[in-house]
Design a protein around this ligand. Structure first.
Ligand SMILES: [Zn+2]
Length: 191
């Protein structure tokens, strides 16, 4: 089998991306996160890149859809599946060669989904202290779990401060879907 663009297919740990790729795709992911923030969603944005092409992208749509599972990654996965259908490609083969760029560490739910579809590499911005599934709360990414896809490699920390700033900006404003009791007192006192 021929090697594509110097990447090693479907072996997980061997995947890597260049600094240029990271810069280019993370910039777009940041723009998606900004768009989420402007739409009063938790500011997370992501891109799924296969063969140097964006096959899926997403930002949080939880408030808009009133569906707690509509995280950026889930939106992007749905788009990537559509892309595979339209281009007549086998989604398993595509996902095994797809890199996910996301502004915040994927949560436990998304990390599990990424494992199941066998994404080999996730490049992300800041840690997700509350829900992170790549080490912050649980390590779904590298845990030895039976029958749950394949562990994936993570490259954390790219433009982390910016990603955190966006999250802080969001949590300073009132989340329209949060029950009143959950609005933190400190923030009420400040404003
Ligand atoms: Zn998630």
């Amino acid at each position: 089998m021929e090697a594509k663009r110097g990447s090693t297919p479907a072996t997980g740990g061997a995947w890597s991306v260049s600094a240029e790729e990271t810069e280019k795709w993370m910039e777009q992911a940041m723009q998606m996160a900004r768009e989420a923030l402007e739409n009063i969603e938790v500011p997370v944005g992501c891109l799924m890149v296969f063969n140097n092409e964006v096959v899926g992208k997403g930002r949080n749509e939880v408030n808009q859809t009133k569906n707690a599972t509509r995280h950026a990654e889930m939106v992007a996965i749905d788009q990537a599946l559509d892309w595979c259908r339209r281009s007549g490609k086998n989604s398993s083969e595509v996902f095994e060669r797809t890199v996910l760029y996301v502004t915040v560490e994927p949560c436990i739910m998304c990390a599990a989904a990424l494992r199941l579809i066998k994404i080999p590499l996730v490049v992300y911005g800041c840690q997700n202290e509350r829900f992170g599934g790549c080490g912050s709360v649980l390590d779904i990414a590298s845990a030895d779990l039976p029958n749950t896809g394949r562990p994936f490699r993570c490259i954390p920390g790219y433009r982390a401060e910016e990603a955190v700033e966006m999250l802080k900006t969001f949590y300073k404003q009132e989340n329209p879907n949060a029950p009143k009791s959950k609005v933190r007192k400190k923030e009420c006192q400040k404003s």
